[in-house]
Design a protein. Structure first.
Length: 210
């Protein structure tokens, strides 16, 4: 997969409230006739003012399921009217330490949100503890480009550069952005258990995650 191909699936998550400047990244995991299902981070939803304020590429979205921003930090959005965005779900991967990956997310430059791809290598697989003691499979990320993860990259896809397999979702940057954390895509099938997720469950069945 090329950086250009990856960027086509990525969307900008912002707030419908002009007073809220928080933003993040999401990407399409399923699209049916103009209805897109996006994956992002639960804390991105919080940063844009909550579920009632979420917009994806300027279009209002609905949060159909979400984990917790301090644990299972994933959320699925439904956006009606978002057309022609390629899906990233078709090849789910698990990755190995040292594999090269691509990600692409939004950063703020002057007053514009600019999308920028990044290259990196996978580090150790780690377990992320929630307050309940639940373990969430995650990856350490190591960025090899001169610049690193920036504010706004939360919710970006992590894709194996050679195979194009979807590995995970960037959840946090660390330090200067040269390292970060990504939640494994395998955790996606657990979001629907956190909240009432009948709609999401049906989507997950179609995607093959459940």
């Amino acid at each position: 997969m090329t950086p250009e191909e990856l960027q086509q699936s990525v969307v900008l998550i912002t707030s419908s409230d002009p007073e809220i400047t928080g933003f993040g990244t999401g990407f399409v995991i399923r699209q049916v006739s103009g209805t897109a299902f996006l994956l992002t981070c639960a804390h991105v939803v919080k940063e844009v003012g909550g579920p009632e304020n979420v917009k994806a590429d300027g279009i209002p979205g609905t949060v159909i399921a979400s984990g917790e921003d301090d644990g299972l930090d994933l959320a699925v959005l439904r956006v009606d009217g978002l057309w022609n965005k390629p899906e990233l779900h078709r090849q789910e991967g698990f990755g190995e330490k040292g594999n090269s990956f691509l990600t692409a997310g939004f950063q703020l430059f002057a007053k514009d949100h600019l999308i920028r791809p990044l290259h990196g290598t996978l580090g150790e697989q780690v377990g992320w503890s929630k307050q309940s003691g639940e373990r969430i499979q995650s990856w350490d990320l190591h960025i090899v480009d001169d610049y690193g993860l920036q504010r706004g990259y939360s919710g970006s896809p992590v894709v194996d550069e050679a195979s194009g397999e979807l590995l995970g979702v960037v959840s946090h940057r660390q330090g200067d952005g040269k390292t970060g954390l990504a939640i494994s895509i395998g955790a996606l099938d657990r979001i629907w258990r956190v909240l009432d997720g009948d709609q999401l469950y049906k989507v997950l069945v179609k995607l093959g995650y459940e």
